[in-house]
Design a protein around this ligand. Structure first.
Ligand code: SD4
Length: 383
């Protein structure tokens, strides 16, 4: 096993010592498993230089140095990449469906439906955090590279699988996006399953939130709710697909729509170039056409990880907030089978699944402030 990374960076903990595991991760490179410093370790180790690289606005003059090899191109297909550790079982479900039907859209829909069904996930499907009035309103979209087709629903209520509603919008209507009650009625007409999306646990939490409210409207801090699933896939022919599903910002104003159902915002697929998806504070993604921008950077020849980093840097350059307050994360794949991800803070994890393996990875990070998501999403040490 090769070891990459600076020895100085590792002197705070050695193999066998407490804390060592946090510093190290491993990755397959050219068929060989290599141990590498985690991005967080690198940022800590390189803390002085990274911090020195931040401008007063809080964004780096140049991307933080990256001692890690960028993930190299994969050969196996389908290649499936999605947000957060819970993306791993969703990817595996997508892979299973792909094996049955050979259809990338079926795979995306099945994978995301698994996450939508997970009551413990507080930001996708049933069990999602409701809006300020205690109503769960869901956003989702789906996109197919071939034909550049897309479907989307926003602010949909009572429908257990908004990703399926989005697919039906794409396949059964001449439209791209349906919202609110129209989306709900359409989904019901199409025979989609309906039900009460507000679980007793979320109802209780919402009542506590209401009780704690001051006069001014104050939604849950968005960084506590990073649980959207965005999934992208390349099939055996090299065709690209993607989907995204979320209950959005916890205790949002009724009717608020985030980036996740916005084509080019929370998701974008260009069958010639690649596909990208987002998770995080949608207001900071949709104002910049974030996923579209990632794909455009890949069109310019950037590796998917570099394209994600560059997109966050662009957003940070335009946005008045310090970079670590942006709370945005992107992932991407390209036609070569390369993949990557980046977050405005450290702590974003994403899942990659191939026919013979499935793993959770840490993304590149543009600041060393750690996100600690609480909205039902659990980060993993099992990387
Ligand atoms: C939204 N982007 O509605 C979604 C929420 C999210 O991780 O991704 N959270 O803004």
């Amino acid at each position: 096993m090769m070891l990459l990374g600076s020895p100085q960076a590792l002197k705070s903990a050695r193999p066998g010592e407490k804390g060592f595991k946090d510093q190290m991760t491993s990755r397959m490179v050219d068929g060989q498993r290599i141990r590498i410093m985690t991005r967080r370790t690198f940022l800590t180790a390189a803390g002085a230089s990274v911090t020195a690289g931040l401008t007063q606005q809080g964004f780096p003059q140049k991307a933080p140095g990256n001692p890690l090899p960028r993930p190299s191109a994969t050969q196996g297909r389908p290649l499936i990449v999605s947000t957060w550790p819970f993306g791993k079982p969703a990817n595996e479900r997508a892979r299973e469906m792909y094996a049955q039907t050979g259809n990338g859209l079926d795979a995306i829909e099945a994978g995301i439906r698994l996450t939508e069904s997970d009551i413990s996930n507080a930001s996708v499907g049933i069990g999602g955090i409701p809006n300020a009035q205690g109503v769960v309103q869901l956003d989702a979209c789906i996109m197919a590279g071939p034909g550049h087709r897309a479907g989307s629903v926003a602010g949909i209520e009572d429908i257990l699988h908004p990703i399926s509603a989005a697919r039906l919008v794409m396949e059964k209507t001449p439209h791209v996006m349906l919202v609110g009650d129209g989306a709900r009625k359409f989904a019901l007409e199409q025979g989609l399953e309906s039900g009460d999306l507000l679980t007793p646990n979320q109802k209780q939490r919402w009542m506590e939130w209401v009780a704690a409210q001051r006069r001014t409207y104050q939604p849950e801090k968005p960084e506590d709710n990073h649980d959207t699933i965005a999934m992208v896939l390349m099939d055996e022919k090299g065709d690209l697909y993607g989907g995204c599903s979320t209950s959005g910002w916890g205790y949002k104003l009724p009717g608020r729509v985030g980036d996740s159902p916005i084509i080019g915002g929370g998701l974008y697929v260009d069958n010639e170039i690649g596909a990208a998806g987002a998770t995080g504070l949608g207001e900071n993604v949709m104002r910049y056409c974030g996923s579209f921008l990632v794909v455009e950077f890949m069109r310019q020849g950037m590796h998917p990880e570099e394209a994600c980093v560059e997109t966050i840097r662009r957003i940070a350059k335009l946005d008045p907030r310090p970079i670590h307050d942006l709370a945005i994360n992107f992932l991407a794949i390209n036609k070569k089978g390369e993949y990557g991800a980046a977050g405005s803070s450290s702590g974003f994890q994403y899942a990659i699944t191939l026919p013979d393996q499935s793993r959770v990875l840490k993304s590149a990070a543009l600041s060393n402030v750690n996100e600690i998501p609480l909205g039902g999403n659990r980060l993993t040490d099992d990387i």
